[in-house]
Design a protein around this ligand. Structure first.
Ligand code: SF4
Ligand code: SF4
Length: 258
């Protein structure tokens, strides 16, 4: 998700403006079919990890170990997860088979949105708007299909509503990391490890909530406590809140100190 500045919005390549449509349909009869599932720098959001690990029946930790590489990019305070590509000549995606994507029902948001990209635009009043850019690779034949789509229709077609909503929530939390929140401890320190777990590893974070002294020190409502025992999305949202409160000292209606 890109943050888009007001003064640059009109000059950005591929922007699909309000009320505009784009043409696209992807299907297995095209010569380019699956060609785009290769040699990618595909960063996974926390919600991508959650959906993939659930779909594959793995713990978040096992999914992360088996299918991702953690990287710390320049200027970033928190490591991110890259979906692993196969070690073959074409660097095919680890989920790509001859028949297509083996993780299709759980595929990441980037794959759902492709050949578009999301952006968040803050208008002159500071209000947030989601924008979409059409940026297909040169070999993409799907853009010659006559089907016309609005950004909303494309999101529905790809069943991406939950991904988009969760990624927006994460975008707000991730923006808090833009300074250096770790001080001398650096990104290898204990606080950074906790933040990474709260964001990306719902299973370990649930263990932290119920298996550490956390609930002795903090008060949360009983109905939320029950939800956290069985609902991964609730744990992820709680993890985002934990980051806001314990790393950035922001007020919370959900977590109170005892
Ligand atoms: S996850 Fe599936 S759709 Fe996405 S790049 Fe890999 S094979 Fe392609
Ligand atoms: S290149 Fe375009 S049309 Fe071809 S498989 Fe990828 S998204 Fe579909």
């Amino acid at each position: 998700m890109k943050q888009v500045k007001t003064e640059t919005i009109d000059n950005l390549e591929g922007l699909i403006g309000t009320g505009e449509t784009f043409r696209f349909r992807c299907h297995d009869g095209l010569a380019c079919y699956n060609r785009c599932c290769r040699n990618l720098n595909l960063f996974l959001s926390p919600y991508d990890v959650l959906r993939l690990k659930q779909g594959l029946g793995l713990s978040a930790g096992d999914f992360i170990d088996r299918y991702t590489d953690a990287v710390l990019r320049d200027g970033k305070a928190l490591p991110e997860l890259l979906l692993r590509m196969n070690d073959n000549e074409e660097a095919t995606c680890i989920f790509l088979s001859e028949a297509g994507c083996t993780a299709y029902a759980h595929r990441p948001d980037t794959c759902r949105t492709f050949p578009c990209e999301h952006g968040i635009y803050y208008n002159a009043d500071g209000a947030k708007e989601r924008v979409l850019f059409l940026r297909p690779p040169s070999f993409c034949e799907g853009i010659h299909d006559p089907r016309e789509l609005t950004p909303e229709a494309w999101q529905k077609d790809q069943n991406a509503e939950n991904h988009n909503a969760m990624n927006e929530l994460w975008g707000e939390v991730e923006a808090l990391f833009s300074g250096n929140p770790w001080g001398a401890e650096g990104p290898q320190g204990q606080r950074a490890k906790m933040a990474f777990m709260a964001a990306y590893n719902v299973d370990d974070f649930r263990e932290f909530i119920f298996g550490s002294s956390f609930l002795k020190r903090c008060k949360i409502k009983n109905d939320l406590k029950m939800k956290l025992r069985r609902d991964d999305v609730a744990v992820m949202k709680f993890g985002f809140e934990w980051i806001r409160v314990f790393l950035f000292g922001l007020p919370s209606k959900t977590i109170k100190m005892k």
